[in-house]
Design a protein around this ligand. Structure first.
Ligand code: KIV
Length: 256
């Protein structure tokens, strides 16, 4: 709970730095620089080439989260509840308890507004911290366009953000929401907003780490590539291959 309160206290003080992790090694590296690490169900498309996050299972999330847990020491660790694991309060509570007890994560995240308020209430009543997710909702999306262009859509997203705050989420991810709406939500709420493709006005930012380091081939407008790890892995593999073919590796130094 201390880590959750720390994230909340950062609102209007310091930007909240968030990234995804699906395994221990990446989590260990990014933990030093992040406030929050999310085991996102984006792992379905990033690691398993699924066409949608709907195919991600609870077991997949739990196994990846156990690995991530080993690398996360400082950051708040949040785990996505996958599709069809929170269709009603009873199902959500049972699955959230499973996630928390097996992965030792600090909180869970689930997608949606008004529809999931009763579910969120039940989790929070049972002392499970919850992060909300509004805007583009990959688990139920029929298209991947940004949200908040139409007045009616804007009103629903703003209303939902207030409802989520009311039921007690500690923060909300705003995915692909039009800039001025993200700004309005961020100004209206007392809890922090974490943007992905939702402008600089949010209280924090999140990106998929594989996108940020150039390991995942994606060309979304909101992704900035900070490194080209694909090239580095390719170059290292090529040098290794040459050495093996020319019998330059292993030398005595690398042998018993
Ligand atoms: O699944 C995920 O990685 C996410 C982030 C993109 C916010 O939900």
């Amino acid at each position: 709970m201390k880590k959750v309160l720390k994230i909340k206290s950062q609102k209007n003080k310091s930007k909240i730095v968030c990234l995804t992790a699906y395994s221990k090694n990446i989590a260990t590296i990014i933990d030093k620089h992040c406030d929050l690490i999310l085991v996102g169900d984006s792992l379905g498309s990033v690691l398993y080439n699924f066409s949608s996050t709907k195919k991600v299972t609870l077991d997949m999330m739990i196994e990846h989260s156990k690995s991530v847990r080993m690398g996360v020491k400082k950051s708040l660790m949040v785990v996505d509840m996958p599709y069809n694991t929170y269709r009603n309060p009873k199902e959500a509570l049972s699955n959230a308890k499973k996630i928390i007890s097996q992965t030792k994560c600090d909180a869970v995240k689930l997608e949606g507004g008004k529809k999931v308020c009763q579910i969120i209430k039940t989790l929070i009543k049972n002392k499970i911290p919850v992060m909300g997710h509004l805007g583009l909702l990959p688990q139920s999306a029929t298209n991947f366009k940004f949200k908040g262009k139409k007045i009616t859509e804007r009103k629903i997203i703003l209303r939902d953000s207030k409802l989520l705050e009311e039921v007690g989420v500690f923060s909300i991810v705003l995915e692909c929401i039009e800039s001025s709406l993200a700004k309005e939500i961020t100004k209206t709420l007392k809890i922090p907003t974490i943007g992905i493709g939702s402008s600089e006005h949010c209280d924090g930012q999140v990106l998929v780490t594989d996108d940020l380091i150039g390991l995942n081939k994606i060309s979304a407008r909101f992704v900035k590539k900070y490194s080209n790890i694909e090239k580095q892995i390719n170059d290292a593999t090529l040098r290794y291959k040459k050495d093996v073919l020319k019998n330059k590796f292993p030398t005595k130094k690398y042998s018993y």
